[in-house]
Design a binder for this molecule. Structure first.
Ligand SMILES: [Zn+2]
Length: 304
């Protein structure tokens, strides 16, 4: 069979494209949800990249009690820690946990599992996709039974948004953008469109953005926020991945937790504006591409 040279070029371009531009490895594209249920959309209570006070939430929380937890892909168990293995040590934050290596430097982790290791797990070298590795519980730093689930790359130096490799969940609601929040020490004041504010020195301005699922308690999460301040756009991705850089986890724009969040809300800027009208436009997009925009024009008076 003779293959035209033109076809070869197309074929090579295809390989190059998928080699360099596809962010998902073939293993990752076959991953399944770790809990086998048709109502996963109703069970997501916390998502990747959220603020946890002083750090990023690095996985998905799936509300679940005593349900079988399954390996999301083929792999090897590289680590499991059960409190019963360490009777004289305090419990770890992760509680009983299992880490699986799926090859190509991709790992998955399952936290807060119920006491009692799955039969045979300790001596197992390989694990099949869908195989039960434990049951959901409430061990470690956990309030309420749930699975905290993590997908990491580069042997754990990079943690990715599990939404980027798992089958999508229903999300038809756009993010909800609250008022701007001006924080003054422990106190705060809201800034709504049309307000007048009086400031003596720079204070942080933040905004609360929430993305629920079909019902209020369900979480979907913000994928991207964009702030435009007096016509100048500051773009921040939040988040598809976080990477350990020196001592800090940074998002893909290279920003640290403290540069993205303040007091649990999205950090925009400081209030060191000129006197007169100023405009901040907030745009938030969720993982399914639903977006919301809110514009705030407020009058600033500087007080000495
Ligand atoms: Zn969690």
């Amino acid at each position: 069979m003779y293959i035209y040279r033109k076809d070869w070029i197309v074929y090579i371009l295809f390989l190059v494209f998928f080699g360099f531009f596809s962010k998902i490895t073939p293993e990752e594209s076959n991953f399944i949800w770790p809990i086998d249920t048709d109502s996963i959309e109703q069970k997501l209570t916390s998502v990747f990249g959220e603020s946890r006070g002083d750090h990023f939430h690095n996985g998905l929380d799936i509300s679940s009690d005593n349900e079988p937890i399954r390996s999301i892909g083929n792999g090897n168990i590289i680590y499991s820690r059960y409190n019963s293995d360490h009777p004289f040590e305090g419990e770890f934050g992760s509680g009983n946990c299992v880490w699986i290596n799926h090859g190509k430097k991709t790992l998955s982790a399952y936290y807060h599992m119920k006491n009692g290791r799955q039969d045979g797990l300790l001596n197992k070298t390989s694990i099949k996709k869908g195989e039960v590795i434990g049951r959901s519980g409430n061990t470690g730093h956990s309030s309420g039974s749930h699975l905290h689930f993590v997908i990491a790359r580069d042997n754990g130096r990079k943690i990715i948004n599990p939404f980027s490799v798992l089958t999508p969940v229903v999300d038809s609601k756009p993010p909800q953008i609250g008022p701007l929040i001006l924080s003054i020490g422990e106190n705060y004041t809201y800034i709504n469109d049309g307000d007048n504010i009086r400031v003596s020195k720079p204070f942080p301005i933040t905004v609360q953005i929430l993305d629920t699922g079909e019902k209020k308690g369900q979480r979907r999460g913000i994928f991207e926020v964009e702030f435009t301040i007096n016509g100048k756009t500051k773009k921040k991705n939040q988040f598809n991945e976080i990477e350990l850089s020196g001592r800090y986890w940074k998002n893909e724009s290279g920003l640290k937790f403290d540069e993205l969040y303040f007091n649990g809300n999205y950090y925009i800027t400081e209030s060191n504006f000129e006197s007169g009208n100023n405009t901040i436009i907030v745009k938030a997009t969720d993982y399914n591409g639903n977006s919301s925009v809110k514009s705030f024009t407020f009058n600033v008076s500087r007080i000495k």
